[in-house]
Each structure stands twice: as structure tokens, then as C-alpha cells.
Ligand binder design. Structure first.
Ligand code: HEM
Length: 399
């Protein structure tokens, strides 16, 4: 009896396996018919594998109030639309909703760009930005170890000449001090959760981050003022000149002792630095204002529209930019650009601070006292030094 039953069991198992396998290999459309138009297991698995599943087939599955069970019947009060159907209608913009929130972002109920923003901010941007800052610090330490401090090479005269007037120094520090505070508070907002909480604990980090955000938002205005004033005072002295190319070819003599290419009031390196400070300063200020006044000041849409109207995408062979952005998307892009620019800006300023202080003998007094050793002026800014000498010969100093 058992001998008879065994082959029947094997056959039954084989048929069961075949039908089961056939079930799995059915085309997605077939299985969707079986699920009444809902997602299939294959759809879910594909999404888990990170594949993009075209779910347009579900966009009409938004329920039908006309088919709701009459109110007197069991479950009648539930209506004809289930929660998933309602959310689906939100997603595909087919529901007729009126938002009681009058802000521009009030009628955007689902905006899935938020996850993309978060993963970029907390992922590659934060990671590579952090590495960039570390690389600059390590690079400068190596430069210092190899090249040492750039010293005044000729004999010091003991005499000084005026390099920056009081207003110029005020402009510089009104820009520089807030920048350093902005950098520290900004980085603590970005790295706080992963770096400061493990270090100090949540109780200490909470007031630090609240104060940091407050300071960051308000001191930005002082930075913008200093940036504007520095632009007005120094723009003419930072226009490119022929001598700048020779300075760049000699890399400013930074890497070789005894080499001092000619330079005017500002050398080519300082001019590049000036224009970078201004360009990045404007971008970081505009994106910052956009974040400070959510849904009131937009950065991306006007920039993209201007680029389209100038035909810029066509010049590089791409289609015009899509200028329809959800208000939240504006904020997300503004935030990402703000952080990216901040990292490059801070990296460049670390190098600037190094050269303006420990890296070069005789540079710092120009921004503190306003005067520099004449030998320093002759070595680093010979054309400017001659200009000042000619001027002072023509106009004897006032009694
Ligand atoms: C906080 C530490 C800083 C120190 C010690 C420092 C030092 C100096 C010094 C010594 C100079 C004059 C160089 C010369 O005589 O040719 C200078 C110029 C300048 N600094 Fe700073 N600086 C600092 C921060 C900043 C920051 C944060 C910014 C901008 C965000 C900045 C932007 C400038 C600009 C635009 C100039 C004019 C010369 C140029 O075009 O490079 N500085 N700085």
C-alpha cells in the first residue's frame, strides 16, 4: 500500500512544483490581473533590488465613491476610497483637494525629492566635503614641512609703508571674522549628529546647535556687508593685468626660494582668490537667503530661467532646463549648493589664512597694523612698491 502511495506522492509534489513555478514565471501583466491591478510580488522585489518600477498602471486605481456601500449597510461609512487609493490620488495629482495652508508649499502633499536630498546631504557631500578639508590641512602641513615659512629674503630695512587703510582693514575683518564663525557653526550643524553628539552627548550638543543656528543666521548679514564693502574697495586693483600671467607661470615663486615674480598691489594668486571670494560669496549668500526666507526668495528657478533665456543649455548641447520645481525642491537644491560651495570656499580660505599668517613672514601686519616692512613689499609686490614711491615723491607727506 505504502509502495503504491509513494509514486503518487512524488507525482503530486512534481505537479505542485510545476504549477508553483509557473505561477512565479507568469508575466507581470498576468499577475497584475490576478491582483486586481495592484502591485505584484515581482514589482515589490524589483523595487527592493533598487530597480525603477513603472507604476503608472496604478495611477487610475484611486477608488470610486459611487461604488461605496450604502451608509445603512455594514462598513458603509467607510466610503468608496481606501487610504492607499487616496494617497495614490495625491501622488498622481488626480485628487481634488483644497489646502488650508496658503503658503506656496501648502498644496504639495507628497514630494519624494526629500529623500534624495537627505541621502546626498548626509552621504557623498558630507563625506567628500570632510575629506576635502582634511586634504587641505594635510597638504598645507606637508607644504610647511617641505618649504617652511616663506621668509623675507633680503635684509630688512626696519621701515614700513602703508599697505591697507583703516577702512580696508575694517572691510577685511568684517568679512573674515563672520566667515570663520559661519564656517564653524555651519560645519557643526552638518557634522553635529555624527561628530559632536558622540563627543559631548545630546545634552551639551542641543544648546550648542541651537545657539549655532541662531548665530549662523544672524552673523551672515555682517559677512554680506563686509563682502560688499571689500568688493567696492578692491575691485579695481583686482582686474587682470599682463604681469599676472608671468606670475602664474612662475607659480608666484611659492615653491622655490629666491624667486619673486613681479606683482602690483595684488598678485595673480590674490586676484584669483578675490574673484573666488566674491563669486562664492554671492552664491552662498543667495542660497543662504533662500533658506532663511523659505518659499519667499528663490534661487534656482530664476537662475535656470536666465540660463534658458540666454540659450546656455543649447551651447553645451543639452535641452533647456526644467524650470518647474516644487517649492520644497528649491529649498533642497539651495541647501545642497550652499553646502558644496561652503566646502570649497572653506578649503580655499584655510589656504589663505595659512599664507596670511604662519606661512609667510611679514604678511599679517598688512591686515592688522596696515603697514608692511619695505623689504617685504619689494619682494612680493615690487610694482606696487615703486608706484607708492613715485606717488610719495610727488606728494611730500603732510606736516
Ligand atoms: C581669519 C583669518 C584671516 C587672516 C589671518 C587673513 C589675512 C589676510 C592678509 C594678511 C591679507 C593681506 C595680504 C596682502 O597683504 O597681500 C588678506 C587679504 C585678503 N583676505 Fe584675508 N585673512 C583671513 C580671513 C579671510 C577670509 C575669511 C576672507 C574671505 C572670506 C578673506 C579675504 C581676503 C581678501 C579678499 C583679501 C584681499 C587680497 C586678496 O585678494 O587676496 N580673508 N587676508
Amino acid at each position: 500500500m505504502l509502495a503504491l502511495k509513494f509514486p503518487v506522492f512524488v507525482l503530486a509534489a512534481f505537479i505542485f512544483f510545476l504549477t508553483g513555478f509557473a505561477g512565479f514565471t507568469q508575466t507581470t501583466d498576468d499577475t497584475r490581473t490576478q491582483t486586481g491591478g495592484a502591485q505584484t510580488l515581482e514589482d515589490i522585489l524589483a523595487r527592493q533590488r533598487g530597480e525603477v518600477v513603472d507604476d503608472q498602471f496604478r495611477q487610475d486605481a484611486i477608488g470610486n465613491p459611487d461604488q461605496a456601500a450604502p451608509i445603512a449597510r455594514q462598513l458603509g461609512t467607510l466610503g468608496g476610497v481606501a487610504d492607499p487609493e487616496l494617497w495614490r490620488a495625491f501622488r498622481y495629482g488626480t485628487t481634488d483637494i483644497i489646502s488650508t495652508d496658503p503658503s506656496p508649499a501648502g498644496n504639495v502633499v507628497i514630494q519624494d525629492g526629500g529623500m534624495r536630498w537627505l541621502s546626498w546631504r548626509n552621504g557623498p557631500i558630507r563625506t567628500y566635503g570632510g575629506y576635502l578639508l582634511l586634504a587641505v590641512i594635510v597638504g598645507l602641513a606637508a607644504f610647511y614641512a617641505i618649504r617652511g615659512k616663506i621668509l623675507i629674503e633680503g635684509e630688512k630695512t626696519g621701515e614700513t609703508i602703508l599697505r591697507f587703510r583703516l577702512i580696508e582693514r575694517l572691510a577685511h575683518w568684517t568679512m573674515a571674522i563672520p566667515f570663520v564663525i559661519l564656517a564653524i557653526t555651519g560645519l557643526s550643524l552638518l557634522f553635529g549628529r555624527i561628530a559632536l553628539i558622540p563627543l559631548f552627548g545630546k545634552e551639551i550638543f542641543t544648546p550648542i546647535s541651537i545657539a549655532g543656528k541662531f548665530v549662523h543666521n544672524y552673523i551672515a548679514w555682517v559677512f554680506m556687508f563686509g563682502l560688499g564693502l571689500s568688493f567696492i574697495l578692491w575691485v579695481w586693483k583686482n582686474l587682470p593685468a599682463k604681469v599676472d600671467f608671468k606670475w602664474l607661470i612662475a607659480a608666484g615663486g611659492l615653491f622655490s626660494k629666491g624667486v619673486h615674480p613681479s606683482a602690483g598691489k595684488f598678485n595673480a594668486g590674490e586676484k584669483i582668490m578675490f574673484w573666488m571670494v566674491m563669486l562664492f560669496g554671492v552664491i552662498i549668500s543667495l542660497t543662504g537667503l533662500s533658506l532663511l526666507f523659505p518659499y519667499q526668495i528663490y534661487f534656482f528657478v530664476p537662475v535656470l530661467e536666465a540660463a534658458n533665456s540666454l540659450g546656455l543649455p543649447g551651447l553645451i548641447g543639452i535641452a533647456p532646463f526644467d524650470t518647474v520645481l516644487a517649492p520644497q525642491e528649491e529649498m533642497q537644491y539651495a541647501n545642497l549648493l550652499h553646502i558644496i560651495i561652503a566646502f570649497i570656499y572653506i578649503a580655499a580660505i584655510i589656504a589663505h589664512i595659512y599664507l596670511g599668517s604662519v606661512g609667510m613672514e611679514g604678511a599679517l601686519p598688512s591686515m592688522t597694523k596696515g603697514r608692511v616692512e619695505t623689504q617685504w613689499a619689494k619682494e612680493h609686490h615690487d610694482l606696487w612698491y615703486e608706484e607708492v614711491m613715485v606717488k610719495s615723491a610727488k606728494e611730500p607727506p603732510a606736516e
